[in-house]
Design a protein around this ligand. Sequence first.
Ligand code: ADP
Length: 594
Amino acid sequence: MKQKRLFWQLYPGLVAVIVVALFLSALYATRETRRLYLDEIETTLIDRGSLVKMQLVDISISDQPAIDSLCKQLGRVANTRITIVDSAGVVLGDSREDPSMMENHGLRPEISGALKGQTTSRSRFSNTLQINMLYVAQPVMDEGKTVGVVRTSLPMDRVDLALTSLYWKLALSGLIISLLAGIVGLVLIRRVTNSLEDLRLGAERFAKGELDTRLPVPSGIEVGSVALAMNEMASQLDRRISMVMRQRNEREAILSSMTEGVIALDRNEKIVSLNDAAAALLKIESPANVIGSSIHELLRHRALIKLLGEAEGGIGTGSTEVQISSVSGAEQSLLINSARLIDSGGEQMGTVLVLSDITRIRKLEIVRKDFVANVSHELRTPITAIKGAVETILSSNLSMNTDADRFLQMVNKHADRMSSIIEDLLSLARLEDEQENGSSEEYPTSNILEIIKSSVQSCQAMADAKSIEINYDADVSFPVKVNRLRMEQAISNLIENAVKYSDNGSVVKIKVEQEGDEITISVIDSGWGIEPQHLPRLFERFYRVDSARTREIGGTGLGLAIVRHIAISHGGRVSVESRHASGSCFRIHLPATS
Ligand code: ADP
């Protein structure tokens, strides 16, 4: 629809209202004036007629010449046409004409009305004078009977003349009033539209971002308060935009000074923003060009797809490690942490990825792992040799004296410990190797009960030595897809610990349960328990609760680390619940086999 200016919407209407109002009031005024004027003339004619009637008292109605001369005399003096007719309508006298020449007036409406005894007035065209006249006829009574009629009349052209001049005056004054009202209306409407125009121009400037300009505030309350409100809005917007800009600059400064790469993705996994470090890690030359493209075009990796799926699936945060090849062709390890981006309504609006280059850490880990494996390997042979030699001396009566025997026993015991540590370290190294090179290996399905039985058997001698009973439910059986030997090793480690850290004669229980999509193997003892501060670090390598005591008992500090590794390599996890002096419950959680 074509938009009209406010001025053209208001002004023609205003002018039309003024003109119509003036026209209607002029019409009403002229009609009223005409009516008053005619009333006035009518009253005058009645009065004059009454005066004529008084003159007629002395004249007989049959004295026609006297009546006619009276009419002519009075008509001249009063400047009024006077006609007298008898009861038959015959004209007896007339101030203007010769009565003998005039026709019977009995049928003239005012005369016939008066003959019936009523003073009657009529405005009509005079056939005699050929002009519009106002006639007032009143009966002349004699002894209660109408003997004649006195008619007084004045020409209407005087009324019309007076009214015409009034019309002209009214039209002229109406025109002047319309013009004045039009000009005043024009000025007033212009004043309003000009202030609105100022507001419009101001709003356009605000829309262009010129928020430091201020609108002039007009004196009118309505437009003035709109201008004030718009000025306030502009200053608030200005403040907020400056705050947002400052925050954005701060955020950009923080992001660009970070060594970690940060990438923000929208719900469709398209890049919304990324910092310099992310561009450098992903070898993106012009970061602006990748905004809006899918993250998978830059980083094609199954682990990343899974991570983003988890972030959307409700877990919220997650992390994964991916390998990418650097420009030189060398492998680069990236740790990607993901977190959901939530909007103010609690809805997920995207995901943020934090990329850390862990190539150096991974290299160092490999160096450490190789070193540990190599050292363990290298130590294995001399330790075996030492152990063999000591055992040989101890078993063949080669010993010289009891002191030497005691020292040899000590050497033997420590050689045993070293050999256990080396075996555990080699086990861990093998597990790590397997995890790196073939974690997705499909294992054959075994019955968990069989595995538990074998583990219990391998620990039975140790338990018997401390008169500890090992219980397990022989009825439950779950199929599990595991590396049987490794799982036996893990469960044995837990049973060994339960036996090692319990008093003689206690009971160790093994339970297997399925909870949801997890199979849980719990090894429960009522032994010495562990204080809560140790629990978080219990599965770390070489972490011992009471180093001296456990060393005495023969622990390496590597058993639980091996259990954790085995659980993880099967896609599972480990957990522990323990209270000091009340026993412990170590659990291996494995994914259920469908
Ligand atoms: P270790 O070979 O020394 O037993 P582990 O890694 O198996 O090493 O265990 C780490 C530490 O956890 C142990 O030194 C011991 O203090 C504590 N621990 C493990 N299992 C138990 C248990 N069942 N009861 C009490 N303490 C335990």
